[in-house]
Design a protein around this ligand. Structure first.
Ligand SMILES: Nc1ncnc2c1ncn2[C@@H]1O[C@H](COP(=O)(O)OP(=O)(O)OP(=O)(O)O)[C@@H](O)[C@H]1O
Ligand SMILES: Nc1ncnc2c1ncn2[C@@H]1O[C@H](COP(=O)(O)OP(=O)(O)OP(=O)(O)O)[C@@H](O)[C@H]1O
Ligand SMILES: [Mg+2]
Ligand SMILES: [Mg+2]
Lengths: 228, 228
C-alpha cells in the first residue's frame, strides 16, 4: 500500500537545518494494523504527514500503490485524502464555526454525498464515540477528550479503507480509549481496513500486527507481533 | 488555600441547559499535592477554570484564601493569575507568533521583570524540559509533546506558589512524562508548592497527597494517600 524509501524531511529555519526524518525505509501492507511508536519529538507526526500525502519528503521517495506521490496530480492526491484515507490529527483540527455533527459530516460534504444519508451516518458514528448528546455543541463547548472523539468520528465518515491516527486516545481516560481501540481493531478484522496508528503510548500496540519503533527521526527496530 | 462550596457550573446553549458541575464541595490546603481524577467530560477543566479564577460559578462559592472570588476586584484577580498561580492548559495556549523562549518569558513580561533575568530563567526552564535546542522555534515548528513542554516551562516562569496543571503529560511518552512528574513532586517537597493536577490518567496519582475522584460533574470519592 505505502512504501517509504530512504525518506528524509529537513526543516529549514533561516540558516539552521533540522532533519526530522533521516533515511526512513518502511513498507505498509494493505489490511495491516501498524503502530508507529516513539518518544516526543521523534518524527511521528512528520511521518504521518508524508504517509497521508499532506506533505512531500526532502529526499527519498514516498509511494502509494506503487506510484510516487511527488509525481501525482492534485486531483489524484485530493481523492486519496478525501476518500481513501481517514485522518485523526494530534490537534484534532475541528472547524470552530461548525457544530459537532457538521464537523463529522464535513468529509462527506466534500464527496457530495446525500445530505440525509450523511446526517444518519454522522449520528451513528457519534453514538459509537458516545457523543450523541453533543450534536449541536461547538468545539469550544466540548471537553478535550470530546473534541478528540469528534475527530475520531469524522475520520470514519466516508468509510475510508485506511485510517491514519496520530495519538488518537491521548486525551481519553483508559476506558473510553480502550473502547475506541477495540472499535478500530474490529474495523481492521471485520472490514479489512488498514490502520496506521502513531503514538508514544505502548498500551496502544495491543492489537497491532507490527510495531515500528522510531527514535530521533530513524527507524530503530521493527517488531512483528505473533497473533492467532 | 481554596474552597469550593456547593459549586455548580451550568452552560446554556439556547434553550438547553447543561450542568458541567453539580454541587461540588472541595477544600485544597496550602502545600498540598492534589490530583483531580476523572473520565473524559466529567468536569475537570471546568473545575480548573474556577480554581484558577478564570471563570465564576453559576451557583455556590469559590474562595481563595477565605475570600469569595466573585467579590474580588479585577486588579486582585490579575495578581492571582499572574503571580500566585502557574497554569498548564490542556490545549497549551501558546502564542503562535512568539517563539519558544518568548512564550516561556511571557508571564515575566507581564510582571515587568528584568529582561536579562527573564531570559536566563526561561533558558533554565527550557533545559529542565529538554527543549534547550528549540528556543527559536515557533509553536507551529514544534511537535505536540514539545508544545506541551513549552506550556509546562511557561507555567513555572514567575516561580508561582501554586501550579494548576490540566493533563500536563497527555502528549508525552512515559519517560519524559515521568521526568516532569518527578520535577513537580520535587518542587512540592523542597519548595512547598501547591500542585493541583487534573487528569484522566491514574498513573499521575503517584506523588499525590490526595486524589479527588470526579464523575459526571460530581465528587465521587476523596482518597487520602498515606505517605511517609
Ligand atoms: N461552553 C460550554 N457549553 C456547553 N457545554 C460545555 C461547555 N464547556 C464544557 N461543556 C461540557 O461540560 C462537560 C465538562 O467539560 P470539561 O471540559 O470540564 O470536561 P473534562 O473533565 O475536562 O474532560 P476531558 O478529560 O475530556 O478534557 C462536558 O460534557 C462538556 O461537553
Ligand atoms: N516546521 C518545522 N520546522 C522546524 N522543525 C520542526 C517543524 N515541524 C517539526 N519540527 C521538528 O521535527 C521534530 C519531529 O516533530 P514531530 O511533530 O514529527 O514529532 P512527534 O514524534 O510527532 O512528537 P510528539 O510525540 O511530541 O507529537 C521535532 O523535533 C520538531 O521540533
Ligand atoms: Mg506528534
Ligand atoms: Mg479537560
Amino acid at each position: 500500500l505505502m512504501r517509504l524509501t530512504d525518506v528524509w524531511k529537513i526543516y529549514k529555519m533561516g540558516e539552521v537545518e533540522f532533519a526530522a526524518l533521516k533515511g526512513i525505509d518502511l513498507e505498509i501492507m494493505h489490511g495491516e494494523f501498524v503502530v508507529i511508536l516513539g518518544p516526543s519529538g521523534s518524527g511521528k507526526s512528520t511521518m504521518m504527514n508524508l504517509l497521508g500525502c499532506l506533505d512531500l519528503p526532502s529526499k527519498g521517495v514516498v509511494e502509494l500503490n506503487n506510484k510516487d506521490i511527488a509525481k501525482m496530480k492534485e486531483s489524484e492526491l485530493a481523492q486519496i485524502r478525501g476518500q481513501l484515507i481517514g485522518f485523526i490529527f494530534q490537534t484534532f483540527n475541528l472547524l470552530p464555526t461548525l457544530n459537532t455533527i457538521e464537523n463529522v459530516m464535513l468529509p462527506l460534504e466534500f464527496q457530495e454525498a446525500d445530505p440525509d444519508e450523511s446526517w444518519k451516518r454522522a449520528e451513528e458514528l457519534l453514538d459509537v464515540v458516545s457523543l450523541g448528546n453533543k450534536k449541536y455543541n461547538l468545539p469550544s463547548q466540548l471537553s478535550g477528550g470530546q473534541r478528540q472523539r469528534v475527530a475520531i468520528a469524522r475520520s470514519l465518515a466516508v468509510d475510508p479503507k485506511v485510517i491514519l491516527a496520530d495519538e488518537p486516545t491521548g486525551n481519553l481516560d483508559s476506558e473510553t480509549g480502550n473502547y475506541i481501540l477495540e472499535f478500530l481493531d474490529d474495523l481492521h478484522r471485520r472490514e479489512g481496513k488498514t490502520i496506521i496508528m502513531i503514538t508514544h503510548d505502548p498500551e496502544l500496540t495491543k492489537y497491532a500486527d507490527r510495531v515500528v519503533h522510531i527514535k530521533d527521526g530513524m527507524v530503530d527496530n521493527i517488531e512483528i507481533i505473533k497473533r492467532e
